[in-house]
Ligand binder design. Sequence first.
Ligand SMILES: [Zn+2]
Length: 223
Amino acid sequence: MLMRLLLCCGLAAVVTSTQAMTLYKSTDANGVVFFSDRQTPGAQAFVIQERRVERVKPPMPLAPQPRYSQQAYRYPLPWRGGPFRLSQGPNGSFSHTDAKSRYAMDIAMPEGTPIIAARSGVVVKTENEQEGRGSDASGNFVRVRHDDGTEGVYLHLKQGSVSVRAGQRVAVGSPLALSGNTGNSSGPHLHFVVQRASEAGLVSIPYEFNQPVGALPNFALGN
Ligand SMILES: [Zn+2]
């Protein structure tokens, strides 16, 4: 809002500092060209615009950095064991198509794999009771709010395995639960997504692991 106000003031300064003046170009009987500020028959009008740029405000200071820096933090792998592989990445056509999950990553792993916090923060919500597909597509999950306001969400966890509760602070590597296959899950895997609040609700944001994770072949695409 402040930036918008500053921008408007800047534009206003430019507009008010522009002065227009009309001159008329004529040629007399002797072929002499002259300019006058008075209109005479047959004269050609010129509008001279003079910009007093010295009155324009100096350049605006840089906008503050956004609170949510997408690249600043690289996530350690949120599991113990492996190596495991990516079964669906960002923009995956199977289920990573809406705003909440667009940049999620699915990592195929056996049920019961220890899931650990990839970033420190405070647990804000958990679900631990869901059996199988259940009614919630997320299955059992742990949601951790990081100190910058973003949230890391660990989905499809094994029923009864969640070992943290809302309000609890966790550090990188703190055990959260065991992986599972609950909710909208076509096979044992972890769906890990980073989200932030927006006017439209929670939206996923791109993130990167701090080490490469191999990808499984995408059988649907035949490669
Ligand atoms: Zn997923």
